[in-house]
Ligand binder design. Structure first.
Ligand SMILES: [Zn+2]
Length: 134
């Protein structure tokens, strides 16, 4: 089954039908405090987050791309990075765990980023959450 790149896709559809996935990594710094955490994360603190945005789709016969990396960079910078870098996630979310943060980011990107299939957010170099939203 071949679909044009511009077809709006749900992430579950993308996962099933497209063997090619491309990814762009972003870095940003932000603060948060977790009100329901039993330990030190209840206090305000910051992270140097890494966000990996994945897009799946057909490899275009002419360009050889699933999508242009710079288009993905521009869309993500405009929709998410400008909003979150050097801010406090508690301004947006009551309990901004990494899980809640990617759930909040997903609709900011979906619709603007055709083929969006996965967000991977590293809170530290060793710990990440992966979200494949609706
Ligand atoms: Zn934290």
């Amino acid at each position: 089954m071949h679909l044009p790149y511009t077809t709006p896709l749900t992430s579950s559809f993308v996962k099933v039908f497209f063997p090619m996935q491309i990814e762009v990594m972003f870095e940003f710094a932000a603060a948060h405090q977790l009100p329901n955490h039993p330990g030190r994360c209840q206090r305000m603190h910051g992270h140097n987050y890494k966000l990996i945005v994945a897009v799946a789709g057909e490899v275009d016969a002419h360009t050889g791309f699933v999508a242009d990396f710079s288009d993905i960079e521009n869309i993500c910078n405009e929709a998410v990075l400008k909003k979150v870098d050097h801010t406090c996630f508690n301004d947006y979310l009551e309990n901004p765990t990494a899980e809640r943060i990617v759930q909040w980011m997903w609709p900011l990107l979906k619709g603007r980023l055709p083929g969006l299939c996965e967000l991977r957010l590293f809170e530290t170099s060793a710990c990440a959450v992966v979200y494949r939203g609706p």
